[in-house]
Design a protein around this ligand. Structure first.
Ligand code: HSE
Length: 430
C-alpha cells in the first residue's frame, strides 16, 4: 500500500486555486477516505505564480516526467495543449483528472483509447455541470439502466442571461452585460451563447450513457442570441412557459436525437425554477425512471468539489494499486449508433408570426398549417411589444408535429405577402 498520493496540477487559475484550497481545508477527511496522505508534488502554470510551499514550473513536462507523481490534474481548458498534456500523461503512466469539457467532447475516442492502451484512468466529473455529480450518477448509479433520455440546463452563463430576461424583461444584450458584471459570464462568452459549451457537455453525457463516441457534428446546435424579449414576455404571460437553453439526447425508435436549442418549459416543470448560474440534469433510465440532479454548474468551488472527488476516488485506487485495472469509461469504438434523421423528431411548438393587420390573415396562416397537418392548440393576436415591428404578432401553440412538416409549413408561410418578418418557433420540452 502506498503511503501517499502525489498530484501534479497543470493550470492554476480560478479552479486550480479552488482545488488547492479544498485539498488543504478538508485534508483530514480527504486523507481518511483515500487511506493515505495527499501531496501536491508540483504546480504548472504559464503565469508567474507565487504559491508558497509548492514546487512551481512553467513546463508541464517536468510534472509528467516526475516519477513521483501519480495523478496529473489538467485544468487549463481548451483543445490544445490540453489534449497533448492528457495523452502524454497517460503515455508516461499517469492517471488524469480533467475539468475540460471541450477536449473530452472533441477527442473522446483518442483519449479513452489511450487510457485503455496504457491501462490508466481519466476522471472528469467537473467537465459537466460543475458540482453536480452527474458523471458518477450516469456511469455508476444508473449503470443498470438502458438510458432513454438525458436533458438539462448545462450552461450557467446562458441560464443567467435567460433568467434575467425572464425576471426583469430586459433584452438579451442588457442581460448579458448583467451576467458579465455579476461575474457569471466570461469576457468572451461566445461558446456559451452559441450553445457550443452545452453541446460539449451533451456529447460527454451521451457518449457515456450510450457507450459510444458522440461527435459535435452529431448534435444540432442553436444558441440564445436570437431570443427576443417579446418571446420571453409572450411565452411567460400568455402561455405560462419559461425559455431555457436545453441540451437534449433522446432515444427514439432506436435512433438518437441530439440537440441544443432554446426551448419552452412549463412554469411547473422542474427546469423552470432552475435560475441563474444553476444547472439541472434529467436522466431517464428504463428501470429508474426520471432522476433529476440540481446544483451549481459553474464557479471556483463547485468545480473544485468535483475535481477533488475525482482525486479521492482515483487516489484510493492508486493506493491499492488497482488504478487502471478496469477502465472507468467502457465503450466500443466500433459501435455505431443510429442518429434520428433531421426533421423526424416530434414535438409541440410555440410559433410567432409577424403579420399585416388585416382581414383574412389568420385564415391564410392556419390554412397552410392545416394543409401540412399541423393542429393549432391556442392562438392570440397581440399588440407589438417592440415599436418598430412591421406587423402585429400572432402567437400560437401547436400540437405535436414532425419538425420537418413544421419547417416546410413555416417556409411556405414566410413566403406569404402578409408575413412581414421571419417566423419564430420554439420547441416545447416535455
Ligand atoms: N462557461 C460554463 C458555464 C462554465 O457558463 O456554464 C462551466 O462549464
Amino acid at each position: 500500500m502506498k503511503k501517499a498520493v502525489n498530484i501534479g496540477l497543470v493550470g492554476c487559475g480560478n479552479v486550480g486555486r479552488g482545488v488547492i484550497n479544498v485539498l488543504e481545508r478538508n485534508r483530514r477527511i480527504i486523507e481518511q477516505k483515500i487511506g493515505a496522505e495527499i501531496k501536491i508534488g508540483g504546480v504548472c502554470d504559464v503565469k508567474n505564480l507565487s504559491l508558497k510551499g509548492y514546487s512551481y514550473t512553467r513546463n508541464y513536462k517536468e510534472l509528467i516526467n516526475n516519477p513521483g507523481i501519480d495523478i496529473i490534474i489538467e485544468l487549463i481548458g481548451g483543445y490544445e495543449p490540453a489534449r497533448t498534456i492528457i495523452l502524454e500523461s497517460l503515455k508516461a503512466g499517469k492517471n488524469v483528472v480533467t475539468a475540460n469539457k471541450a477536449v473530452l467532447a472533441k477527442y473522446w475516442d483518442e483519449i479513452f483509447s489511450a487510457a485503455r492502451k496504457y491501462k490508466k484512468l481519466v476522471y472528469f466529473e467537473a467537465s459537466v455541470a460543475g458540482a453536480i455529480p452527474v458523471i458518477q450518477a450516469l456511469n455508476e448509479g444508473l449503470a443498470a439502466n438502458r438510458i432513454e433520455k438525458i436533458s438539462g440546463i448545462l450552461n450557467g452563463t446562458t441560464n443567467y442571461v435567460l433568467s434575467e430576461m425572464t425576471r426583469s424583461g430586459v433584452s438579451f444584450n442588457v442581460a448579458l452585460n448583467l451576467a458579465k458584471s455579476a461575474g457569471f459570464a466570461e469576457a468572451n462568452p461566445t461558446y456559451d451563447i452559441e450553445g457550443l459549451d452545452t453541446a460539449h457537455k451533451l456529447a460527454i453525457l451521451s457518449s457515456l450513457a450510450w457507450a459510444t463516441c458522440i461527435r459535435l457534428k452529431d448534435i444540432s446546435i442553436a444558441g440564445i442570441k436570437g431570443v427576443s424579449e417579446e418571446d420571453v414576455f409572450f411565452t411567460k404571460h400568455e402561455f405560462g412557459y419559461v425559455i431555457k437553453l436545453i441540451g437534449s439526447a433522446q432515444m427514439i425508435d432506436n435512433s438518437l436525437d441530439l440537440r441544443v436549442e432554446p426551448c419552452l418549459v412549463r412554469k411547473d416543470h422542474t427546469f423552470a425554477s432552475v435560475e441563474r448560474e444553476y444547472n439541472a440534469v434529467l436522466m431517464r433510465g428504463d428501470s429508474s425512471g426520471d432522476v433529476i440532479l440540481y446544483g451549481k454548474g459553474a464557479g471556483q468551488f463547485p468545480a473544485a468539489s468535483a475535481v477533488v472527488s475525482d482525486i479521492i476516488f482515483l487516489g484510493m485506487q492508486v493506493v491499492n494499486g488497482t488504478a487502471g485495472k478496469d477502465p472507468f469509461v467502457v465503450y466500443d469504438p466500433d459501435k455505431k449508433i443510429k442518429l434520428l434523421p433531421k426533421g423526424k423528431r416530434e414535438a409541440s411548438y410555440y410559433l410567432r408570426f409577424t403579420a399585416a393587420d388585416r382581414p383574412g390573415v389568420l385564415s391564410k396562416v392556419s390554412g397552410v398549417l392545416a394543409k401540412n397537418k399541423i393542429s393549432i392548440a391556442s392562438v392570440y393576436q397581440k399588440e407589438p411589444l417592440i415599436g418598430m415591428r412591421k406587423g402585429v404578432p400572432i402567437l400560437m401553440l401547436i400540437h405535436r408535429v414532425q419538425e420537418g412538416n413544421l419547417l416546410k409549413a413555416l417556409k411556405e408561410i414566410d413566403r406569404l405577402g402578409i408575413i412581414k418578418e421571419k417566423s419564430v418557433k420554439y420547441r416545447i420540452e416535455d
